[in-house]
Design a protein around this ligand. Structure first.
Ligand SMILES: Nc1ncnc2c1ncn2[C@@H]1O[C@H](COP(=O)(O)OP(=O)(O)O)[C@@H](O)[C@H]1O
Ligand SMILES: [Mg+2]
Length: 375
């Protein structure tokens, strides 16, 4: 690939993957006549060159704001954003060499999709611009869109074009905001797989914004789980799932979601148990004190039935899902329902009693007030 000449205030070089550092970044929105609003509250992230990370969190948690600050579409209230060694806070968007796949990103209406895709490459005097446009369209399964004009595209098609246009530039840093949100389920899986492959091939340092945990889990090297403008945990998908930092992360990640109960820590012979209703389960927690109020988390898939002691419950509904069963149960002594995954060969009827526990390392305790993990 040709390297464009660099002016003296050029941003990071095109083409080579670069790391991205977000150092104590805050965003306060201040609009006249209204109260200020802190959308991003001191964010820190160190993203390695070529890494694919997701910003995962509920609507309104500050994901898009973060991307827009990196892209230069929104000012940074305080803190630093660096790409490689270059501080980019004050660089105009066009000088940052950041590729954005925002949906609203304009396509040129008079050009067809192929011309739109090739346009940026031609402007940079890259050879084979048309061939590259065709190749990326093939990879994303959208060759049929090439002769069409932007105005005639559906929202799902526009989204694919926006993605293709961001990818074809091979930017050192690629930002994608909910890139697959408008695609139907089967297209979404295919494009997701291809996106990951392309990202690996070209090595763009990539940030994907999503509220879909499955998407984040399947795409990412690491996930930053956000809530209320704060990163709750920044870790590999496995660590996020197996070792949640707090109640929010445990509850947000996992499908079906984790069972949560009000409980109490019971310390016996140096071991910490979690008391829930009439039952008790062993944990590997070391720092809880006897009688400490906790929230107890057990994932449905970690539940083990046929145990001697555990949480005592009554089956309300049982679903046979062939590979395993799923019992919705009422846990005695609590007002809570729980979902218990059961082995394929076990069948239950409403009213049956089920005693369940989980491997001690898979019983999570959280501080009842702060939600922080008790380890
Ligand atoms: N231009 C703006 N002025 C004031 N508040 C804004 C503006 N843009 C976003 N917000 C607020 O900032 C918060 C985060 O928004 P956003 O980053 O879009 O969240 P997400 O992408 O995670 O859904 C929301 O509460 C939103 O209402
Ligand atoms: Mg958003």
């Amino acid at each position: 690939m040709s390297t464009p000449a660099r002016s003296k205030n050029a941003g990071p070089a095109q083409g080579e993957p670069l790391g991205l550092t977000i150092d104590n970044v805050r965003k306060v929105y201040a609009s006249r006549g209204r109260e200020t609003f802190e959308a991003v509250k001191g964010m820190n992230m160190d993203i390695r060159p070529g890494e694919l990370i997701s910003l995962l969190g509920p609507s309104g948690c500050g994901k898009t704001t973060t991307l827009r600050m990196i892209a230069g579409l929104e000012t940074v209230t305080s803190g630093d954003i660096r790409i490689g060694d270059t501080r980019i806070n004050d660089l105009p968007p066009g000088k940052r060499n950041v590729g954005v796949g925002f949906e609203s990103y304009a396509l040129y209406p008079p050009l067809n999709i192929k011309e739109n895709l090739a346009y940026g490459l031609k402007a940079r005097k890259e050879p084979n611009a048309d061939e590259q446009a065709e190749a990326i369209a093939k990879r994303l399964d959208m060759e049929d869109l090439l002769p069409m004009r932007p105005a005639s595209l559906s929202s799902g098609q526009k989204q694919r074009v926006a993605l293709a246009r961001a990818l074809i530039r091979k930017p050192p840093v690629l930002l994608l905001d909910e890139p697959l949100g408008h695609l139907d389920a089967s297209a979404r899986q295919r494009v997701r797989r291809e996106l990951k492959l392309l990202q690996r091939e070209f090595g763009y340092t990539t940030i994907v914004v999503t509220h879909d945990q499955l998407e984040a889990m399947s795409l990412s090297d690491r996930i930053a789980v956000m809530n209320g403008g704060i990163i709750q945990q920044f870790d590999t998908p496995d660590e996020i799932f197996d070792n949640p930092a707090n109640l929010f992360v445990a509850d947000f990640v996992g499908e079906p979601s984790i069972n949560l109960f009000d409980g109490e820590a019971v310390v016996r012979d140096g071991k910490v148990f979690a008391k829930v209703g009439e039952g008790m389960v062993e944990t590997t927690v070391e720092s809880a004190t006897n009688g400490q109020k906790v929230t107890v988390g057990i994932r449905p898939s970690d539940c083990r039935t046929g145990v001697e002691s555990g949480l005592v419950s009554d089956v309300v509904v049982f679903e046979d899902l062939l590979e395993f069963g799923q019992a919705s149960v009422e846990v005695r002594g609590t007002a809570k329902r729980a979902l218990v995954q059961t082995p394929a060969e076990e069948k239950y009827e409403p009213g049956d009693t089920v005693v369940f526990a989980a491997p001690p390392a898979r019983v999570y305790l959280f501080n009842a007030e702060s939600g922080d993990r008790v380890r």
